[in-house]
Design a protein around this ligand. Structure first.
Ligand SMILES: [Zn+2]
Length: 54
């Protein structure tokens, strides 16, 4: 599972992963070309982070 989110919602995304998987997520800054145009899962801001359980 991965969640693309903005800075505002990074903590929310982390909470979601921790709740679902009971493990600390990996948080990465988005640098990939395709991912930079992805918007936040929770609002219309451009995504800044990728939070995943891998
Ligand atoms: Zn957001």
């Amino acid at each position: 599972m991965k969640i693309i989110c903005c800075k505002e919602h990074a903590e929310l995304a982390i909470d979601v992963i921790v709740d679902e998987f009971e493990a600390a997520p990996v948080v990465e800054l988005l640098t990939g070309k395709g991912e930079l145009s992805t918007t936040c899962e929770y609002c219309d801001e451009p995504g800044a982070y990728k939070v995943s359980n891998i």
